[in-house]
Design a protein around this ligand. Structure first.
Ligand SMILES: NC(=O)c1ccc[n+]([C@@H]2O[C@H](COP(=O)([O-])OP(=O)(O)OC[C@H]3O[C@@H](n4cnc5c(N)ncnc54)[C@H](O)[C@@H]3O)[C@@H](O)[C@H]2O)c1
Length: 324
């Protein structure tokens, strides 16, 4: 199998590549399990630290059509398309968001269509496609009403992928990911960045600001679960996707208050006390428009899975990033 991963140097991209290398094989479009021969790891930032002859690191701008022509060819069996700019960045810079989050996806799909090879394609959509008046638990047939440019760009990609799949230009699956926590490293420009920050920073001995009210309900997934689901999404056959190509992932529904309780339970009061409440109307507006819980019936029927306890999610982060 020849696989392309875009956004390869990012949070999920790197983990996905590591997991694919460990797994060693994937199922192709005909249903045959084949060894992974090559993973093209594409990003504008160089992916470093993965030393495996099956990985070919390529740097470039995904919005450049000439780059795409070199990146995707008739030998590309599967594409995991993860490259994107995050929500607050797409909101602050409309042109950048449109170029990277939408136009690049459209150009990639066009490249695939003109090649006529119909590769498997997995991409990450977002709960940000929903907004407005929402029920407590969003059903799979909820009308999309994004309240941000990021959400709109993800929704447009979902529509395109569904139509390109219907016309058999590509064998697509778009996974609507919950917010993925706990993200290592520094805060980023995602409106949801605090969801990792209020766990990560206190565990690292640093103060953290929570910009939303304690009763804000979030829909979350751990990184390990996200990677498992991305690969599971790839492995499903087209025939199994009876309810469409855009799939709301299962997740863990939890309030910010319960997240902080779980931190207190896992790491103690002193650690939890490093969180300061300071509301930020801009973040509150974006995050508050996202649903806090989903039925996710279709995805559960398809075998996608969710984390059960937030304490396990915290422990996953501690074991991976704070050994000892
Ligand atoms: N992390 C989450 O909570 C979450 C939730 C829902 C959906 N998603 C989606 O999942 C995907 C991956 O998320 P992530 O958390 O790994 O993001 P990330 O920001 O860590 O990684 C995205 C990668 O895309 C790359 N990129 C950006 N612009 C590019 C360009 N012009 N050309 C080439 N590469 C470019 C970046 O360098 C980065 O490495 C994204 O599409 C994101 O929208 C993430």
């Amino acid at each position: 199998m020849n696989i392309l991963v875009t956004g390869a140097a990012g949070f999920l991209g790197r983990r996905l590549i590591e997991a694919l290398l460990l797994r060693g094989s994937l199922t192709d479009r005909t249903g045959e399990s084949r060894p992974i021969g090559q993973i093209v790891a594409f990003d504008m930032v160089e992916l470093t630290g993965i030393d495996d002859p099956r990985v070919k690191v390529v740097c470039g701008d995904i919005a450049d059509p000439e780059v795409l022509d070199r990146l995707i060819d008739a030998g590309t069996d599967s594409i995991f398309h993860l490259a994107a700019v995050v929500s607050s960045q797409a909101e602050a810079d409309f042109e950048l968001g449109m170029r990277i989050n939408f136009t690049a996806t459209r150009n990639m799909l066009e490249r695939v269509r003109t090649l006529g090879t119909c590769p498997k394609w997995v991409m990450t959509s977002s709960v940000a496609v929903f907004g407005g008046q929402l029920p407590e638990r969003v059903r799979d047939d909820q009308v999309w009403a994004p309240q941000s440019s990021y959400g709109t760009q993800k929704a447009m990609n979902d529509l395109l992928l569904a139509d390109y799949s219907r016309r058999a230009f590509v064998d697509g699956r778009s996974l609507r990911m919950p917010t993925i926590v706990v993200r290592p490293g520094k805060p980023n420009l995602a409106a949801s960045s605090f969801a990792s920050g209020i766990i990560r920073e206190p565990l690292n001995g640093q103060p953290s600001v929570c910009p939303v009210p304690l009763d804000t309900r979030l829909w979350l997934m751990s990184p390990a679960q996200a990677i498992r689901n991305l690969i599971h999404g790839h492995e499903l056959s087209a025939e199994q996707l009876t309810e469409g190509r855009v799939i709301n992932m299962p997740g863990l529904s939890i309030t910010v208050e319960r997240m902080i309780d779980a931190l207190r339970q896992t790491a103690g009061e002193e650690v939890a006390a490093r969180i300061r409440m300071e509301r930020n109307p801009a973040i509150e507006r974006i995050v508050g428009s996202w649903p806090g819980a989903f039925c996710a019936t279709y995805s559960r029927d398809l075998g996608f899975t969710a984390d059960e306890h937030f304490t396990d999610v915290i422990e996953q982060f501690i074991n991976e990033y704070l050994p000892g």
